[in-house]
Design a protein around this ligand. Structure first.
Ligand SMILES: [Ca+2]
Ligand SMILES: [Ca+2]
Ligand SMILES: [Ca+2]
Length: 212
């Protein structure tokens, strides 16, 4: 039966073979071109993804970098506000708290050094968050933690609770007075009623990680 037999391939003449060869060659070229095109597309896609990732990680860095509100200075991951006007210790503390912080607590030698380096003039004297107003000679930070005796920077004979200006003595701590104090030892106890400039401290905002 003719139909059950597959047809043998046509044995074409020479010109047919040439044509087939040419067609195959063309198809091969087309495929090659196509593949190169696709390869370039993939390459471009990878580069695009890489750029997108670096942009994303840079934005992430910006968003997670600690920062401070205007007027506050960033030092060691904390924000500090150096007031320019003078107030009593209590008033200064209220002002700091209204701004979301408190009078500065000096937790390390580095922090003392950083603050000290901000003081260039003799008039750079600031209230810090340290007081013995609850009990004489028992110095407490504003968070009620006792002053660590191995981390104090009293100047000379202070604290002396001097009664010369205020008969109640001196119950608040001020830092500064570069002229009269060597190295880092620049804390003095003063009358809390004295108007002084002050340093507020609060944590830096690290911001939220947002999807780009
Ligand atoms: Ca601190
Ligand atoms: Ca005192
Ligand atoms: Ca004193």
């Amino acid at each position: 039966d003719e139909k059950t037999h597959a047809r043998p391939p046509r044995s074409g003449n020479g010109s047919d073979q040439e044509n087939t060869k040419k067609t195959l060659k063309d198809e091969n070229e087309a495929l090659k071109k196509n593949f190169t095109g696709e390869f370039e597309t993939v390459q471009r896609f990878i580069i695009y993804k890489q750029l997108q990732w670096s942009l994303y990680s840079n934005l992430l860095k910006v968003h997670t970098c600690p920062k401070c509100e205007e007027g506050w200075e960033l030092h060691g991951g904390k924000c500090y506000y150096f007031s320019t006007s003078k107030s009593t210790w209590d008033q200064s503390r209220d002002d700091c708290r209204r701004g979301g912080g408190d009078l500065v607590k000096i937790d390390s030698r580095e922090e003392q050094l950083r603050l000290r380096q901000k003081m260039d003039y003799d008039e750079d004297k600031f209230w810090i968050g340290l007081t013995d107003s609850k009990e004489e000679d028992k110095w407490l930070w504003v968070d009620d933690s006792p002053l660590n005796t191995s981390l104090t920077f009293w100047s000379g004979k202070d604290p002396d609770n001097w009664t010369g200006t205020n008969p109640e003595g001196e119950d608040c701590a001020r830092m500064g007075e570069r002229g009269g104090a060597d190295d880092l030892k620049c804390w003095f106890d003063r009358s809390c009623k004295d108007p002084q400039k002050s340093i507020c401290e609060k944590s830096a905002e690290t911001g939220r990680v947002t999807r780009v």
